[in-house]
Ligand binder design. Structure first.
Ligand code: FAD
Length: 403
């Protein structure tokens, strides 16, 4: 059946209202600029939180989430319209993206009603920032090997000891979802439990790590005798692996599947090409144009495939293994786009603040290898596609890769 991409009358009106909202609040909203990629910093995070709160108050965050948890109860098309219009107005991605993309959907699927009421609305408004405490020094792809321990105390609370690593935005987060080992006597996938942790609890230490793009977005997090109430358990004891899978599938959709462009916008790539192409030889120009065409086509394909996934999500379906394919191709397109931006920019791309101000290509390029690792490495995603989409024989390894 052919797909009609023209807005219905209702959608056109929705889009017009949103554009009007963005115009009226333009001076209060943060716009994309290079600062964010290079080093968010506390002040910048605060500004981005205010932008998210303003958008939330206008009804443009949590578009497809249920109304009882602070969402708008709208369909996937409306979410796609919001995503498009925010990009068009150069509004950066929502700062609490880990909360919205991963922690929130996990709480919605596995949390108690009390947890949903306490956390979800505030998360959508960025009143509370969230982080995802899964990876450890000894377990990334093999997440089920997590060793951070949670031991039940006589009074029913849990005592947590251990270490997580690569925890994005832990330094800004009020809460995190924490995967911990609660039973060492059963096979590894069955001895895990998920918790919500208040990051200000005594015994939690967060240490930022420097990345090669210059930013310190992710962290080491240490837990030393941290006490968590049993009311903060997310799902049943021993069910942590199932809960984590919900997070991971949503993470793959959030990174690669919602039709958004990663790290760079194709219109700025086209503008860069228009400006820089005349400086290249005729032969080079042909090659660069071909490369640009490929990147644009890849991005279009990803965007429209993303809309299909959004539709499934809005119908309440849980993202399946196909989310892995979405993430793989979106990251590949972003890597190609960033490389082209750097090639077009030449030496300008190498300086943090080049004279013409166009310095984000090298930062973007330096961020891309991280995207190919976060939320499941390329190799692990290919395993998932091979085994669960194509039905090939599973890898002959004793520990099952899951990230
Ligand atoms: C930018 C960024 C942000 C991140 N944010 C977070 C976060 O907020 N929270 C969090 O918990 N984690 C986060 N991570 C961590 C991320 O989830 C892990 O880095 C990832 O799961 C890979 O784990 P690892 O680094 O331990 O690598 P390993 O699992 O040790 O993998 C090393 C290499 O072996 C390959 N490999 C491993 N297993 C297999 C297999 N079965 N078959 C084939 N090849 C395999 C991998 O592809 C990789 O090339 C982030 C990472 C990055 C880069």
């Amino acid at each position: 059946m052919p797909v009609d991409f023209t807005d219905s009358a209702g959608d056109a009106e929705y889009r017009a209202r949103l554009r009007d909202f963005l115009r009226r609040h333009d001076h209060e909203l943060e716009h994309s600029d290079s600062e964010y990629l290079s080093e968010p910093g506390v002040e910048r995070i605060e500004e981005l939180r205010r932008t998210q709160a303003l958008l939330y108050d206008g009804g443009y965050v949590g578009v497809t989430w249920p109304r009882e948890y602070g969402g708008q109860g709208e369909g996937a098309i409306r979410q796609a319209i919001v995503t498009e219009e925010l990009a068009r107005a150069s509004i950066p991605g929502l700062v609490n993206h880990l909360g919205i993309g991963m922690c929130g959907p996990t709480i919605m699927a596995h949390g108690s009603e009390d947890q949903k009421q306490r956390y979800l609305r505030r998360l959508l408004r960025a009143d509370d920032m969230w982080c995802q405490l899964f990876s450890e020094p000894g377990s990334g792809s093999d997440l089920a090997a997590s060793r951070t321990k949670a031991v039940r105390q006589d009074d029913g609370t849990w005592r947590v000891d251990g270490q997580k690593v690569w925890t994005t935005f832990a330094q800004y987060a009020a809460y995190g979802i924490l995967l911990a080992r609660t039973d060492t006597d059963v096979p590894k996938h069955r001895g895990l439990t998920m918790f919500v942790i208040d990051m200000s609890t005594p015994g939690v230490t967060v240490r930022p790590l420097r990345q090669m793009n210059g930013a310190s977005e992710f962290n080491e997090v240490f837990f030393d005798g941290v006490v968590i109430s049993d009311a903060e358990r997310l799902g049943e004891v021993g069910e942590g692996w199932r809960v984590a899978l919900t997070t991971l599938m949503n993470e793959r959709v959030a990174i690669g599947g919602a039709g958004n462009e990663l790290g760079m916008r194709t219109d700025s790539l086209v503008a860069r090409a228009r400006e820089r192409l005349p400086h290249f030889s005729t032969g080079e120009q042909v090659r660069l144009r071909e490369q640009l065409g490929r990147v644009l086509v890849e991005n279009l394909a990803i965007r429209y495939t993303g809309y299909r996934r959004l539709t499934a999500l809005a119908r309440g379906q849980t993202p399946g293994p196909e989310a892995s394919a979405g993430k793989l191709s979106a990251v590949r397109a972003a890597i190609d786009g960033a490389e082209l931006g750097v090639r077009l920019s030449g030496p300008d791309a190498a300086f943090a603040r080049a004279a013409d101000g166009d310095w984000r290509w090298h930062t973007t390029q330096a961020s891309m290898p991280g995207l190919a690792i976060a939320g499941g490495t390329d190799e692990v995603l290919r395993n998932i596609i091979g085994e669960r989409v194509l039905g090939l024989a599973p890898e002959p390894t004793p520990g099952k890769a899951a990230r």
